[in-house]
Write a protein that binds this ligand. Structure first.
Ligand SMILES: Cc1cc2nc3c(=O)[nH]c(=O)nc-3n(C[C@H](O)[C@H](O)[C@H](O)COP(=O)(O)OP(=O)(O)OC[C@H]3O[C@@H](n4cnc5c(N)ncnc54)[C@H](O)[C@@H]3O)c2cc1C
Length: 439
């Protein structure tokens, strides 16, 4: 696996573009820019892919997506294909298909609702009935009622892929500095002029903020409002296991994805936790449609983090330690209750995996926008400042295209897709907050 030695990398005095955040979006943007010969520096407060980008399920799927982001996702799939040759290492990308499994006709009818979107975009998605399922996914022994299935969907290994993209960006000339929090920005005549990091200042006219779960807080210090909330997902991986499925399969009780090490990454299919925080109140109205739609999957929690967040300053001086240096890597505890439910669900729905030991469990904070569609946008309040966030639990698959698109937008190139649906202003210009027909 590629590793990058970047903790001691100093920051340069100047760069054409500075990227905040070494998740998949920031790394893909750095790679795109470096390949084009743009001088780019990426600052990551912790380690490359320390947060969402290494903690996710590793699904690279088109299936079930909102039609607004589907064209970008289809582009991303092509980028994933090219990564397999370009990055100089096997990042585990395999087009082994994705399936959403239904336990009864009602669930199957709901999933079938997405076929209209699939047809609109000429995807190879189909509905499988019980006997089709036996042919297509013969290793599944539970008697599922049917499935929504897309053969061209893929999977990849998060912990390998993102460091490999970062290393490729470095080879192309990008500067990547880890343990390097970006504290804030200095402006001149309403434009970005300088960034202040804990390792020193960098003069620049262009910033891409790909700060994941930290974006809203970072932007508030600049007076830019970014509606964003977090939900915690608990995940585990098994020891090498019988090959019951070579791709990925979701069902409400359990989601599984085959790994390169012959184990499975597994998670509860419908159990996320939201810990009440000041942003819950701040953005309650904007997130209400999403809360209503997802109320069965989201478990509301109250704990000390509300007070911690309350007392985290919204403003700080650039010559003092910032909140980003205090938490290098957001590393929440996995939920023991959800893990116990998951193991019971595995025994019921994938009995061949019931006795395979779990080698590791972890959790990740998924950051979401109110309509669960990304924000890939310039900002009207600060010229030269671009935001790439809100990937809403879909950003591992979408990350390469999101990174490429924001890199293009920030440097005056035509992005690989029209980014109008992803503008930040949609949350403030009176547009209705619309949840798409994703499943
Ligand atoms: C449990 C879970 C399961 C998921 N499953 C899938 C899946 O199967 N498929 C899929 O497509 N997506 C999935 N996702 C979503 C996907 O992982 C994310 O959408 C994607 O990784 C977001 O990438 P990012 O680069 O925007 O953010 P991140 O990976 O969160 O990276 C942001 C980085 O910015 C850094 N940072 C923040 N502030 C600063 C600062 N001031 N200075 C320097 N650095 C800073 C952070 O340390 C962090 O490393 C899942 C997510 C989770 C948590």
């Amino acid at each position: 696996m590629v590793t990058t030695q970047t903790d001691n990398t100093p920051v340069p005095a100047s760069a054409d573009v500075v990227i905040i955040g070494g998740g998949i979006v920031g790394c893909a943007a750095a790679y795109r820019l470096a390949k084009r010969g743009v001088s780019v520096t990426l600052c990551e407060k912790g380690r490359i892919a320390g947060e969402q980008s290494s903690r996710n399920w590793g699904w690279v799927r088109q299936q079930g997506r909102d039609p607004r982001e589907l064209p970008l996702m289809m582009q991303s799939l092509q980028i994933w294909q090219s990564f397999q040759n370009e990055l100089g290492e096997d990042v585990g990308f395999r087009q082994t298909g994705s399936s959403y499994l239904a336990r009864d006709q009602k669930e199957l009818d709901f999933l079938a609702g997405w076929l209209d979107t699939a047809h609109q975009f000429n995807l190879d998605t189909q509905i499988l009935d019980t006997s089709d399922l036996k042919q297509t996914l013969p290793g599944l022994s539970h008697k599922w009622h049917g499935a929504l299935f897309t053969a061209s969907d893929g999977r990849a290994e998060p912990a390998r892929a993102v460091p490999a993209i970062a290393a490729a960006a470095q080879r192309e000339g990008a500067t990547i500095s880890t343990r390097c929090a970006l504290r804030g920005i200095e402006t001149k005549a309403g434009r970005v002029n300088n960034v202040v990091t804990e390792k020193g200042s960098i003069q620049t006219g262009t910033i891409i903020c790909a700060a994941g779960a930290w974006t809203s807080m970072f932007c508030r210090n600049l007076g830019i409002d970014v509606p964003q909330l977090q939900v915690k997902g608990t995940v585990a991986r098994t020891a090498p296991a019988p090959n019951i499925l070579d791709g990925e399969a979701w069902a409400a009780p359990v989601a599984i994805r085959r790994r390169l090490d012959d184990g499975y990454t597994i998670a509860h299919g419908s159990a996320l936790e939201h810990f009440l925080m000041p942003n819950t109140l701040r953005y309650f109205r904007k997130f209400l449609p999403s809360f209503i739609e997802n109320h069965r999957d989201i478990r509301l929690r109250v704990n000390g983090s509300f007070l911690d967040n309350m007392f985290t300053p919204n403003n700080w001086d650039l010559d003092e330690t910032s909140p980003f240096e205090k938490i290098r890597v957001l590393d929440p505890e996995p939920s023991t209750k959800i893990l116990a439910e998951l193991q019971a669900n595995i025994a019921k729905y994938h009995p061949e995996l019931a006795d395979v030991p779990l080698l590791e469990s972890w959790a990740g904070m998924i950051e979401a926008s109110p309509d669960a569609v990304p924000i890939l946008s310039e900002t009207s309040a600060l010229s030269g400042f671009y935001i790439a966030t809100g990937l809403s639990g879909h950003g591992f698959g979408l990350g390469p295209a999101a990174g490429y698109a924001i890199a293009d937008l920030a440097t005056g190139q035509t992005p690989i897709e029209d980014l109008t649906p992803f503008r930040l202003s949609r949350f403030f210009d009176g547009s209705k907050i619309q949840l798409g027909p994703g499943v």
